[in-house]
Design a protein. Sequence first.
Length: 91
Amino acid sequence: MNTQDDIANAQDPDLRASLAAMRRAARLARQTAIQTDTGIVIVDKGQMVRISAEELRENDKKSLRGGLSSYANPELMAQEQDAWPTEEGEK
């Protein structure tokens, strides 16, 4: 079992909620670093690593790419493509 699993399965509800709070704090730190054009420092496998604002921007773009694809309904795509011309023609 890893630390995240231990926290997620903890008896104390505050401890369980702390994992989500840490993720929110990390996301906010990344957003702030991007907005202020500064880097952040993280510990990865016991090593301190500096991530520049540019790297954060690139990672942000990659994580957003295709983010809504899981919600796409292929059956409705054809209808969606024709929806605007159809609506315009009916006015």
